[in-house]
Design a protein around this ligand. Structure first.
Ligand SMILES: Cc1cc2nc3c(=O)[nH]c(=O)nc-3n(C[C@H](O)[C@H](O)[C@H](O)COP(=O)(O)O)c2cc1C
Length: 351
């Protein structure tokens, strides 16, 4: 393995290899570390860097149409010969056409995200010969997705960056992992170090998915201001969006607080007041709230407006300390994982 070095124990590298073998075999990679798709950030450069480092990069299709996606796949292929996947948002109006682009381009793994995928979408991917990964936000849904043909599950807890559910990774894994011996399950949300990777593998995960930890890779095209905000931030700065009125639901997104977050609170207050004054209908008010963040991630991650854009980040942002080459991030994660295994082994040998 390329990350094995002389100071660490060969025996413990072999144990790590064994612990994530199912995940490695499923992905066709050297490590079972997936790079979670991040809109705007997970494009050709970051994805190829992840796959070249021995992980599994996943392109974020986001709102791209079929032609743009095909071009991005081709551009990524030009930068890596290693496998990578594509993340598609299930509510995209051209979902079927996007699936077909993945299949025509022999993408081996498709991640269906942003809501529960329909049986027809899962079937379309599988019939085309690719594997399907789905997000499982609760045990009942995990079972339904498994019955529906998902080839693997991603269990992502509330510590993650971006759109989140209400339950912590530590709880979701206890609820879900014991029920899936055969189906590979990848754990995401709040992972910043190798020790955590080992713990989830020992609990039965096939592998892990990280997003936040990779944003500040040298190869990431995220704007320098966006990276600086990550490097400065502590775990507590990555907060879910706050909803002020249950009548107007807000999809929780974990992000670093900034002027945009404060203004969002004020916008909600104003919109709710205008609704109660009869100036807006309920649906107009809801739409105004939902539109507030439209385009905001691009504004921060690409244009560098970290005051008013959306700084989506997980709690593991506190462990992002510098801009680093992707291979160095992998070396750190794997070194920490191996040393955790060494400590367990030596503790057992001396007791
Ligand atoms: C900036 C950012 C953008 C993201 N965009 C998406 C997305 O477009 N689709 C998706 O499925 N997940 C998205 N995610 C979630 C990641 O794919 C990944 O699952 C998550 O970051 C893992 O948790 P972590 O941030 O604690 O490592 C995003 C996360 C971040 C930080």
């Amino acid at each position: 393995m390329k990350y094995e070095n002389a100071t660490d124990s060969h025996e413990d590298f072999a144990r790590l290899d064994m612990l994530w073998r199912r995940g490695r075999e499923f992905l066709g990679t050297e490590t079972a570390i997936m790079g979670g798709a991040m809109s705007w950030v997970s494009e050709r450069h970051l994805v190829s860097a992840l796959s070249n480092a021995g992980g599994f990069g996943v392109l974020a299709c986001g709102s791209m149409g079929p032609d743009l996606l095909a071009a991005e796949i081709a551009a990524t292929r030009a930068l890596t010969s290693a496998p990578f996947g594509v993340n598609l948002i299930t509510m995209h109006p051209e979902l079927d056409a996007l699936i077909d682009v993945c299949l025509e381009n022999r993408i081996s793994h498709v991640v269906l995200a942003g809501g529960l995928p329909g049986a027809a979408s899962i079937k379309r991917v599988k019939d085309g010969g690719a594997k399907v990964l789905c997000f499982a936000p609760a045990l009942a849904l995990a079972k339904r997705l498994a019955r529906g043909g998902a080839d693997a599950l991603i269990v992502e807890g509330a510590e993650a960056g971006g759109h989140i559910g209400p339950v912590a990774t530590s709880v979701l894994v206890q609820e879900i992992l014991p029920h899936f011996d055969d189906l590979p399950v990848f754990v995401a949300g709040g992972i910043g170090r190798g020790e955590a990777i080992v713990s989830y593998l020992e609990m039965g995960a096939a592998g892990v998915q990280l997003g936040t930890r990779f944003v500040c890779a040298n190869e990431s095209i995220a704007h320098p201001n966006f990276k600086k905000a990550f490097i400065r931030a502590a775990a507590r700065d990555a907060m879910p969006t706050v909803q002020i009125d249950p009548q107007f639901p807000v999809i929780p997104v974990r992000a670093l607080g900034n002027e945009g977050t404060k203004q969002f609170m004020q916008t909600q207050r104003d919109v709710v007041a205008r609704f109660h004054a009869g100036a807006l209908s309920q649906s107009e008010a809801q739409l105004e709230i939902e539109h507030y963040w439209a385009g905001a991630l691009r504004r921060a991650a690409i244009d560098g407006d970290v005051e008013y854009g959306s700084l989506m980040a997980g709690q593991s942002v506190g462990m992002v300390k510098a801009e680093q080459p992707m291979v160095d991030i992998f070396s750190e994660l794997i070194g920490q994982a191996v040393r955790a295994l060494t400590e367990r082994r030596t503790a057992a040998e001396t007791s």
